[in-house]
Design a binder for this molecule. Structure first.
Ligand code: ADP
Length: 400
């Protein structure tokens, strides 16, 4: 029987990731990434079926449009067998705004809503729109089966007491200002995986999911549904991140502008691009580098300590939302999956909520899902992020 495959496009602000996935068997055929670093554009594709890798370098490609077109051209030239079996294209979309609460087959009104939500995700939604428009034209026979899967959708179950800001109500009712959250596709994916590993129905599962990467967020999940999350109207709120400040007193912005004469644009840049662990350490936004310098550089140490403090504070705060039973804490994302050092520092602060680490298992970083809790602890799991599996499945379910 002919395989039915889904092409997934995951467009970030500086790279495009893509996969071809069998959504039924949950098998990834290929994974690819194209990105431009230091004036060189590189394309990497791993073909898991034939166990082959492709690596190509190009002179810097500035235009995002060209990057996407290149992906389609390469797929057409080198992976035609797979391309012929594709029955739909799933697009990760960071912000679905107030109205797009679940995955949608893309039509003109969905495109309009994604465009309207760009104001809340200016570094992402415009790129998604570009990719969608190219995909619609490049594979015409699939033009009616492009699906948008939203990072905000999982968080639409959050109740009002959590998603509303304590500012005049009309900012919500008239201007849609509320907490939307992010990373929802992966928070859902790891929750599902956790339900599998704990052999417990997702509808009865209470977990705290920690997605720690260059952008980081924590989600409280009760009975399989998101009930609170640390990112807000935009991905700037919440944890300390690579370059983003996370929670701050809003008066800091007034002070910067009124007392220090900093322009609004500059203040925005400072809080999004020059803050977080980069801002504190003045060294790097890369946690690997900060970890290396932890014992020899005071600011590297301070930046990691502040990061871990904030994560632990959120986890313990969210434990109060678990209706009396926390089934597991999950670590995912580049830092959550790879840094045993940071996991240890965070978990050491969680004894009050029954989390204790098994240091040996924690160090056993073999990229497989692992339990890193000790016997007396509630389960603590490390689960690799995999948004594309969920996007493929949602796409398949919608178009079949
Ligand atoms: P994104 O949010 O862009 O998807 P990732 O989830 O891939 O990012 O996470 C990137 C972050 O993960 C970077 O800050 C990087 O330093 C960190 N990271 C990756 N591997 C390690 C490691 N072994 N130790 C510490 N940090 C790591």
């Amino acid at each position: 029987m002919k395989k039915e495959l889904i092409l997934v496009l995951n467009c970030g602000s500086s790279s495009v990731k893509f996969s071809i996935i069998d959504p039924i068997e949950e098998i990834t055929y290929i994974d690819g990434i194209i990105e431009t670093i230091n004036n060189i554009t590189s394309l990497k594709i791993q073909d898991f079926i034939n166990n082959k890798k492709l690596f190509k370098k190009f002179d810097k490609i500035d235009s995002y449009k060209q990057l996407i077109i290149l992906i389609f051209d390469i797929l057409h030239d080198k992976y035609k067998n797979y391309l012929n079996n594709i029955i739909g294209i799933g697009h990760r979309v960071v912000h679905g705004g107030k109205n797009l609460k679940k995955s949608m087959i893309i039509n003109s009104s969905v495109l309009l809503e994604i465009q309207k939500s760009s104001v809340f995700a200016p570094l992402h939604n415009p790129f998604h729109l570009l990719a969608i428009n190219i995909a619609l034209k490049k594979i015409l026979k699939l033009a009616k089966v492009n699906v948008a899967v939203f990072d905000t959708a999982f968080h639409h179950t959050i109740p009002k007491e959590s998603f509303l800001y304590a500012i005049p109500y009309y900012f919500y009712s008239d201007h849609s200002i509320r907490r939307y959250g992010a990373h929802g596709i992966n928070h859902f994916y790891v929750t599902k995986k956790c339900s599998f590993f704990l052999k417990k129905s997702i509808n009865q599962l209470n977990v705290i999911s920690c997605h720690l990467g260059s952008g980081s967020s924590i989600t409280a999940v009760v009975n399989g549904k998101s009930v609170d999350t640390s990112m807000g109207l935009t991905p700037l709120e919440g944890l300390v991140m690579g370059t983003r400040c996370g929670d701050i007193d809003p008066s800091i912005i007034f002070y910067m502008i009124k007392e220090l004469g900093i322009s609004l644009d500059k203040a925005q840049k400072i809080l999004t691009k020059y803050s977080g662990v980069l801002g504190i350490s003045s060294i790097s936004n890369d946690f690997r580098e900060l970890e290396e310098k932890y014992n020899v550089n005071k600011k590297a140490k301070l930046s990691i300590d502040i990061f871990c403090h904030r994560v632990a504070k959120y986890i313990c705060g969210y434990s109060s939302l678990m209706c009396g039973r926390l089934d597991a804490v999950i670590f995912t994302g580049g830092i959550g999956e790879n840094s045993s050092f940071i996991r240890q520092k965070i978990i050491d602060k969680l004894s009050l909520i029954g989390c204790f680490i098994d240091s040996k298992n924690n160090l056993n970083n073999n990229k497989k899902t692992i339990f890193i809790n000790s016997i007396k602890s509630i389960p603590i799991l490390v689960i690799s992020a995999n948004e594309n599996q969920i996007i493929a499945k949602e796409t398949y379910n919608l178009i079949k």
